[in-house]
Design a protein. Structure first.
Length: 209
């Protein structure tokens, strides 16, 4: 059995999902069930295993969260609660750090918290693969530590750019060093936009509806 743990940088995943929902031709959010199926299938290919012998044993989602009052003021509380319901149904453990309104969108300390939890679980549970949904070079030390204890890292990363509703150009790019350090780097935007993969059920399953 190849055991897999999935770790989400929640802010980054939200950016990715919003991009596909509002700015990409797909006009659809990422389907977490489909994403986990994709991870299992890719792990089976990388590890030369049968897919039913590659199982996600746990998944963790890390993100900063505003207070309830601040979320109500921004009219985002209901949306956050609905997404938390989805995370619970998929079986993803949620980790939230309190964020002040004045703090930046990329909350300080989330990457450190994720890295500490990921390494601790890798040492104590000794899973074979850690699937990391992230793009920040701050996770490079984590990957190096995981390599040192024999845990292989599957990196799921997206590069994308778009113009938002206010005419501002937005761009998200993955650290090249992060890609280099991962055992199994997957540039998801290339797979999703590939003409040869347009009818692939695994790729289409990454999206809702």
């Amino acid at each position: 059995m190849t055991r897999i743990a999935v770790f989400y940088d929640g802010n980054y995943f939200t950016e990715v999902s919003n991009y596909y929902r509002y700015y990409h031709d797909r006009r659809s959010r990422i389907n977490l069930y489909g994403l986990h199926d994709f991870i299992r299938t890719q792990a089976a290919q990388f590890e030369a295993q049968e897919s039913n012998r590659c199982q996600i044993i746990e998944a963790h989602y890390f993100r900063g969260r505003l207070s309830a009052d601040a979320a109500v003021e921004r009219n985002i509380l209901e949306g956050e609660r609905r997404f938390e319901d989805v995370l619970m149904r998929v079986g993803i453990v949620q980790h939230y750090h309190p964020v002040e309104e004045r703090e930046t969108v990329r909350e300080r300390g989330i990457d450190v918290w994720l890295a500490l939890e990921a390494f601790d679980l890798a040492v104590h549970k000794q899973y074979e693969i850690l699937a990391l949904i992230a793009c920040d070079g701050d996770y490079v030390p984590l990957i190096r530590k995981l390599n040192g204890v024999g845990t292989r890292v599957m990196l799921l990363a997206w590069d994308f750019s778009y113009t938002d509703d206010y005419g501002r150009r937005k761009e998200t790019r993955t650290s090249q060093q992060l890609i280099h350090e991962a055992s199994y780097p997957l540039m998801m935007h290339d797979l999703i936009d590939s003409r040869s993969m347009r009818t692939d059920p695994l790729i289409n399953g990454l999206f809702m509806g």
